[in-house]
Design a protein around this ligand. Sequence first.
Ligand SMILES: *Cc1c(COP(=O)(O)O)cnc(C)c1O
Length: 405
Amino acid sequence: MSEKFIYLDHQATTPVDPEVFETMAPYFCQRYGNAASRNHSFGWDAEKAVDLARQKVASAIGAQAKEIIFTSGATESNNMAILGAARMYREKGRHLITCATEHKAVLDPMKALEHQGWDVTVLGVDDEGCLNLEELRQAIRPDTVLVSIMHGNNEIGTLHPVAEIGAICAENNVLFHCDATQTVGKETVDVGEMGIHLMSFSGHKIYGPKGVGALYVRRRKPRVRLEPVVYGGGHERGFRSGTLNVPGIVGMAKALEMSLELRETEQPRITALRDRLQAKLFTELDHIKLNGHPERRLSCNLNVSFAFVEGESLLMGLEGIAVSSGSACTSASLEPSYVLRAMDVGDELAHSSIRFGVGRFTTEEEVDEVARRTISAVQRLRAMSPLYEMVQEGIDLSTVNWSAH
Ligand SMILES: *Cc1c(COP(=O)(O)O)cnc(C)c1O
């Protein structure tokens, strides 16, 4: 393999920024105190580092330090918010609302609650992944406790109108949880202005370490309470027991701080690279489809379906390039992406979809290389496709009687 490896899967995870790593390093072998140790300077030092990190993370999202609960990542934060709120407010009612394109870390706890007697409404989306706010309004009932809707979608990039959703929840006195894992540090996120009561995010999607995340829990107007999912020493105001991951927390705060500092120059650069890739693909190839909203989406995300091409074969043709496919997304299953299914993309096109995710260290040369390789792989695969040949000859496939002998 002569070409060097290209990483274009930044919605799955990001590399740790070397500056973040440097900031974390002392907290492994030298400043290794337990932030809960009250009797010596090792503990005080760790506690001070966590306090500072908490302050930074809070101010990045317009929150107070006390409203930040550190977790092991967005999966845990989502579980804490959904299971915790549902159980704490079970007397008020047992109805929850979410959306079909949410991350599994939202859909699966919802499903678990459904098995335990809760009623869950799953809102659909249109063919661009957008939710209908009127449908949301209609779905709210007197016994609705929580609405959980994400900000930016990890597969197709579509952004939901979070502030409007927050306003609808507030009008109806319903808690609003938002999975903002893909947008914190990239898009403007302000829990006050957006009417968010609970918000999940993660370190490793913003050039911080894996295994650390946070949950924002509103303390005023209203004061949100959660039944803990993890019990123990009463750390994190009793919401989430367990010795704090001090290096991870320090790293996540540094990563978020850097993302906000770099945002003004980084986001336009990333958008330009993404647009460049998109333009090249759409100029050179016919019968391809953009998945997600054309404008209201993450600046780094490009999700495209290539008709008459099998996603897995295309991935094989892109050896040495890390991207993700809509047919391989949920690990070993052969089911096409449930997100694309919810958008009615059709199984054929869903199976042929590729998600390209541009990041901080992506270069123009890399994008051009990926465009070139993708175009040639698609053309090569289509050259072997009888269906594509028929379409080229002007045959309308919908009129073909496939079962004729
Ligand atoms: C990555 C991701 C998660 C899971 O986060 P972890 O920190 O890996 O548990 C949840 N939601 C969204 C939208 C994500 O992109």
